[in-house]
Design a protein around this ligand. Sequence first.
Ligand code: PHE
Length: 452
Amino acid sequence: MNDPPKSLHGQWSSGLAFTLAATAAAVGLGNIWKFPYMAGANGGGAFVLVYLLCVILIGIPLLMAEITLGRRGRQNPAFSMRYNAITGHHSRHWQWVGGLIIAAGFLIVTYYSVIAGWALDYAYQAALNHFADASPQAIQQLFANLVSNPWKLILWHSFILIGSTIAIGLGVERGLERSVWLMFPTMLILLIIIVGYAAYMGDFRQGFQFLFAPDFSKLTTQGVLLALGQAFFTLSIATGSIMMYGAYVPTRVSIPRVSCFIAGADTLIALVSGLAIFPIVFAYHLDPAQGPGLIFETLPIAFGQMPLGRLVGTLFFIMLVFAAFTSVISLLEPTVAFLIERFRLRRTIAAGLTCFTAWFIGLGTVLSFNHWQNFEVLDFNFFESVDFLTANLMLPLGGLCISIFIAWRFNQTSLAHELHWRHRWSLIILRGLLGILSPLVIVLIFAHALYS
Ligand code: PHE
């Protein structure tokens, strides 16, 4: 057990490939869809400030912890946790933490893929010029028509998961890495084009001010907790993705440096998405605090009215699909790796089985927007239950266990070695953040989620 394990699935071809893949996993609907509407509804700059603090003080340390555990274990998160625990003479039951985060990622993907499907539908509608000169009511109707039609939702949801089966089935280098190299730079270029357009055509000053001028009177405790939850979700913490991708990292890569890069790039892209969306929203006198419908019900109104709106709208939603797709594959890979390592399945079979099961459970989310809308347990429909279970219970719990394991169970000399750190003080700060601050804050969200 003391020989460092080798990954059965190969490795990223380079440190850069890993950095790109992990950043692409982190950047997704959370950045382009969730972050702007949350900032919009919770006081703009004030929310952004709290969110930044959460990313720096809790997000980056947890990213470092996950990559370290993955790289040492070189297996799916459950087996990596077991390896790390056993080599440190701790209980093998720590493997259940790995199991928990694999399950969290898998459950998230069942609804994430449905929402990625909405983006696919919108790219299609924009290309067909369906937003042209449509009234706000007509755009709302368009959205209502989409979500009330289970067949349409199932079609797009299937496209996303068939694409994922192929990408994952091809393996780490030929499938995951290639998808990322193709999609992530394209997504960035599209984003830059759209921000440029927003700066030129939209009310950039007001958009900028809205996002960066803090109005603390609009920030509530609820907003603070949302900021923390968003920091977890957007960095893909405690979902298996990062620990899994860490298992394929070449040894010489500097974990602290990559972690800072991932968090920095992810945050930058969230802010830039805000700068792409709000100037357009303000220029067309729409409501920035509209909530989850911001990009599906508000933005298309502007696309329908502005010059080149058909092109910009289509590019915007293609960008969203690419961002989401690279996250979807990262959410599925831990389950696939687990099936291969545990049951010795062939990769293509494991990928097919995982994607099919995710597709099937995803039907529950599809139906939550139409036939099962009123089928509720404790006030939650199916989709809301999965979202609540993962975002409010499983992610915080997983994050809590990982923090505690790294700070209080993991050999600190090995940690310094893994992080290539020679200074004692860096380690002491990291341990303070992971061992004390992060558990305290997580218990707080936890209590709040249960209480409310
Ligand atoms: N971080 C992704 C986003 O912001 C979502 C995600 C969560 C992806 C967990 C992978 C794992 O959209």
